[in-house]
Design a binder for this molecule. Structure first.
Ligand code: GAL
Length: 806
């Protein structure tokens, strides 16, 4: 038995040793593969000799909660999503070549939820309570070189509940890297890039570099940095001729003139790259890359936000970090898909509610052109949930905030630092001191962006955070009726609606009549008992939490007020947890413009009609009702003066948006057939949309968002599964159980249908359709080849599609 174990070790460590490039001054290795995982506590697992051979082997990023079953047992409040939490252990064995002996070796974690402790070869490297911070540890002192194995153990403790107001996920849910540098190297997050002056002809670029010298003796170095344009061509350079490094950390600075800069903008998020090279005795000892986007911006109390001198509104959404069926386990493609869907709606901004996001998310925002509000905390010292970060505040807040700013300050997409969301201290005098302290922490590290906080108290005298005077931009959550008066209430103060809406919808579910608004809570239905027995909310934009508004109510106010810099709608996508106003078995939120599976709700097209230049005509609901029922038919449209609706070719009349309305409506006595809407401008047809009564469910349709994938073991295809009738109409109430089978170089990463009260697990090969649709997510392996997805269901014609992974 023992011998077997040893053999397995040897074999495993050979297989799993990272590949170190001998002559590279800096190597950054993916450290995600071949971790062993155990769900439960095991104190001895920190010891090198601990036998983990019967633990599961997996690849990070990993969220163990999403693999579990929804259950009432997991509820400490309804907020966290009803999935299991607990304690988990991860272990990884690896070898390090002798050539790394003279180097510094670090492990970098982008985020571990929550309360992690990391050991290397039995030595504790440290703990990190906050689940959203990135951190690294220096392993150099404890490593064994050559064929000897090293063991890293990580304990993750998410057992104390509740500690979040939304689904947090559990585990090493972001990427991990092993970084090897010379003893003389750029420090972690060691560059800071600013652009103090920008004209059409020239951008002054300033680069600070923090150099680490841990070799124990003074060193003389030369530093050269070059700016490369998007094609890789060198366009500017600067040199620090000779520098004597006496201390362990030295900060140097370099200035560049970048001629005729191409500016970073929403439409053209142009990125340069700065490559810094450090030489010691003519030998290259480190190379470090920093992205650069050249842009200027301003928040103005009277005229709102401008980018590169042009006034514009921030048209943003708030996002929590879960990726639906994938949980919180970071996947670049899943985040990119979310951003693509939002971009197509005309969205240009993201608020990372209410915590620092994964670094890849910010890279995507840089590349795709989003105005990001990077947020640090949902609570300060005063807790919002019994076991939350408030308990760690005193010891950790300075480090966590500093680390966020250091890590993120070179991202051109970040335009604001938010030090908190609806912080309890806004109502008491400790808010004065904490706000100042936090704003100071941020300003010491970055003066190029405003500090903001998302507030709810709009009576200035009562708002301690505002009264601290330390905020540059005020963020206001909700209370759209108050926006018009803000220039009087908060004179000379730049303002933005940091959170709006909290409007509630279930995709594809419609309650009649639709022409009154239902606010849940104060003054509206007291609680869920007044709701629907199947825990649905109506997808007409006419339900909201009492503190919020419908989408239309807020946007039509903000669009007319130049002093409002913009808005971040609560939320872009439904997220796990916070199923307001329903209790269990509802387990995910209703606030999204898109549902948890990423299917747009109808209100998506309201924003698209307002926020893009593309012609829009969106007609809803579906056309399958009881004969004689009165059905409210809505249309969102733009670039047209009017819309005419026809039922079975009979006109039901022309409607025009009146006043500042953003939709039109007809009340139609239902009769089966075809509904047709025609939008016209000056009498000319702009768009036509039709919708027909669906017959009996007949077949499955599969539509992949991407048919050609990368064979990197991470890439995803999101496949929409529709239940259609014989003619190809979506059957709007179909709820068939669909079974999936994947063959070839791919596997099933998750399934979903966007229904907020579905208790089916996400990591299985079946899903019931909800209102005609469900989703399956296919993940590639590292081998190229074909992937075949087959979907079957009793009584329906099956469907198959083929994807290529290369
Ligand atoms: C806000 C809060 C969000 C979310 C939202 C739901 O007040 O900032 O985190 O809870 O309410 O409506």
């Amino acid at each position: 038995m023992k011998t077997n174990f040893k053999h397995t070790w040897l074999l495993l460590s050979l297989l799993i040793s990272p590949v170190f490039a001998q002559n590279e001054p800096r190597t950054v290795l993916d450290f995600n593969k071949n971790w062993r995982f155990y769900l439960g506590d095991e104190a001895k697992a920190k010891d090198v000799l601990f036998n983990d051979s019967d633990w599961r082997t997996l690849t990070l990023p990993h969220d163990w909660s999403i693999e579990g079953q929804f259950s009432e047992r997991h509820l400490s409040t309804t907020q966290e999503g009803a999935l299991p939490t607990g304690i988990g252990w991860y272990r990884k064995s690896f070898t390090v070549p002798v050539s790394a002996k003279s180097k510094a070796v670090f492990v970098e974690f982008d985020g571990v939820y929550r309360n992690s402790e990391v050991w290397i070869n039995g030595h504790s490297l440290g703990t990190r309570p906050y689940g959203y911070s990135s951190f690294r540890y220096d392993l150099s002192k404890y490593l064994r070189f050559g064929t000897e194995k090293n063991v890293m153990s990580v304990r993750v403790d998410n057992s104390a509940q509740p500690n979040s107001r939304w689904y947090s996920g559990s585990g090493i849910y972001r990427n991990v890297r092993l970084v090897t540098t010379s003893q003389l190297a750029v420090d972690q997050w060691g560059t800071y890039m600013t652009t103090p002056t920008i004209t059409n002809q020239n951008a002054r670029v300033s680069l600070q570099t923090r150099i680490r010298n841990t070799g124990g003796k003074p060193q003389t170095v030369n530093i050269t940095s070059t700016i490369l344009d998007a094609t890789g061509k060198e366009v500017a350079s600067a040199t620090v001729p000779t520098l004597r490094l006496i201390d362990t950390l030295t900060i140097t600075s370099q200035q560049f003139d970048l001629k005729n800069p191409t500016l970073w903008s929403i439409e053209n998020p142009y990125l340069y790259k700065v490559v810094t090279r450090i030489y010691s005795q003519n030998q290259l000892v480190d190379t470090f890359e920093t992205p650069l986007g050249v842009r200027s911006f301003k928040f103005d109390p009277a005229t709102g936000f401008s980018l590169n001198g042009k006034p514009m509104k921030i048209l943003g959404v708030c996002l929590h970090h879960d990726l639906g069926a994938l949980g919180t386990a970071v996947n670049r493609r899943a985040m990119q898909r979310q951003l693509e869907l939002l971009k197509a709606m005309g969205c240009n901004g993201i608020r990372t509610a209410h915590n620092p996001p994964a670094p890849e998310f910010l890279d995507l925002c840089d590349q795709m052109g989003f105005i990001v509000m990077d947020e640090a905390f949902d609570m300060w010292k005063k807790k919002k949930s019994k076991q939350d970060y408030g308990l760690n505040w005193d010891v950790w807040h300075k480090t966590d905030l500093e680390d966020m700013v250091r890590r993120d300050r070179n991202h051109p997409s970040i335009f604001m630092w938010s030090i908190g969301n609806e912080i309890r201290e806004q109502f008491d005098s400790t808010g004065l001191t904490i706000t100042k302290e936090l704003a100071d922490i941020v300003k010491k590290l970055d003066t190029t962006r405003p500090v903001t906080s998302a507030l709810t108290e709009n009576i200035p005298e009562k708002n301690f955070i505002y009264r601290s005077g330390a905020l540059d931009v005020l963020g206001f959550n909700y209370k759209h009726e108050a926006y018009a008066d803000f220039p009087k209430t908060f004179p000379n103060q730049a303002i933005l609606a940091s959170e709006t809406g909290s409007s509630l919808q279930t995709r594809g579910h419609y309650d009649m009549p639709s022409d009154s608004v239902r606010m849940w809570g104060k003054g509206g239905p007291a609680n869920f008992k007044d709701g629907n027995p199947d825990w649905t909310a109506s997808a007409y934009d006419n339900e909201a939490a009492y503190w919020g508004s419908t989408h239309e109510q807020t946007w039509k106010v903000i669009k007319k007020l130049p002093h409002m810099a913009g808005l971040y709608v609560w939320t872009g996508f439904d997220y796990l947890g916070e199923p307001h106003p329903y209790p269990w078995p509802a387990r995910s939120s209703y606030f999204g413009i898109l549902d948890l599976a990423g299917f747009p709700k109808d209100v998506y097209y309201l924003y698209q009609s307002e926020w893009t230049n593309q012609p829009v005509l969106h007609l809803f609901p579906h056309w399958n009702w009881q004969k004689g029922a009165n059905v409210d038919v809505w249309a969102y449209y733009n670039q047209a003066d009017e819309v005419e609706l026809f039922l079975n070719d009979k006109s039901l009349g022309v409607r025009k948006k009146t006043g500042d309305d953003l939709h039109v409506m007809w009340r139609v006595p239902y009769e089966a057939g075809t509904l047709k809407a025609v939008s016209r401008k000056a009498g000319k047809v702009v768009l036509t949309r039709t919708m027909s009564t669906a017959g009996k469910p007949a077949k499955i349709q599969l539509i992949a968002d991407r048919n050609t994938l990368r064979a990197d073991g991470k890439d995803l295809s999101f496949v929409t599964v529709n239940v259609l009738d014989e003619q190809g109409n979506l059957v709007p109430d179909a709820n068939h159980l669909i079974t999936f089978n994947v063959k070839g170089e791919g596997s099933l990463a998750g399934v979903d249908n966007g229904y907020q009260a579905s208790l089916e697990p996400f990591k299985v090969s079946y899903r019931k359709a909800y209102n005609g649709k469900c989703l399956t997510i296919i993940q590639t392996t590292e081998k190229s080849g074909k992937i075949t997805l087959n979907a079957t269901s009793e009584g329906l014609q099956a469907a198959t599609i083929e994807l290529i992974s290369q």
